[in-house]
Design a protein around this ligand. Structure first.
Ligand code: CMP
Length: 154
């Protein structure tokens, strides 16, 4: 399986609950390679672009308000099959469906305050990455452990 990139955001509740460290620790322990990472305040334009797909839904206004209610951490992560691997590791959107062992299953109770966003397709990963990062902010490198994590080299 080829290595691919995905986009993730540690949402306002993760920052405000001082869970940046524990969530990043899990992502690193799983094996994801961090290609980009920064703490930002989401702008109105970025919120609109990120959540354009949800415009018109009943929760859209609350979603945009929430995502701008605190700084967030944005990340580009790499792994074989990264999009699917991260979605599974993050857990289901609805808190009562997120399995124990997933990030949402272990840390969350609420559908809005659900700790982390993970792109749902490689196409959306590219679109969402472009909302928050310029190409020069995404670093191309290898870790010595990559060959121990997966036999196929990145
Ligand atoms: P996420 O998948 O990261 O991006 C869309 C977000 O909308 C989702 O997480 C939820 O946090 C949020 N949301 C709020 N209410 C709902 C809802 N009723 N159905 C789906 N998503 C919701």
């Amino acid at each position: 399986m080829a290595w691919e990139r995905t986009f993730a955001m540690l949402k306002p509740d993760t920052v405000q609950r001082a869970l940046i460290g524990p969530v990043l620790t899990r992502l690193e322990a799983k094996g994801f390679r961090i290609a980009a990472l920064k703490l930002i305040q989401v702008s109105p334009d970025q919120a609109a672009r990120h959540y354009a797909v949800h415009e018109g839904k009943p929760f859209y206004q609350r979603l945009v308000q929430y995502i701008r209610s605190s700084p967030v951490v944005v990340l580009v992560l790499e792994a074989p099959d990264a999009v699917a691997q991260l979605r599974r590791y993050v857990g289901a959107t609805k808190p009562n469906e997120a399995e124990p062992g997933t990030i949402r299953g272990d840390y969350g109770l609420d559908i809005s305050n659900n700790l982390i966003h993970a792109s749902d397709s490689p196409e959306n990963a590219a679109l969402e990455t472009a909302v928050y990062f310029t190409p020069d902010e995404i670093l191309d490198y290898r870790r010595s452990a990559d060959g121990w994590l997966v036999e196929e080299q990145a």
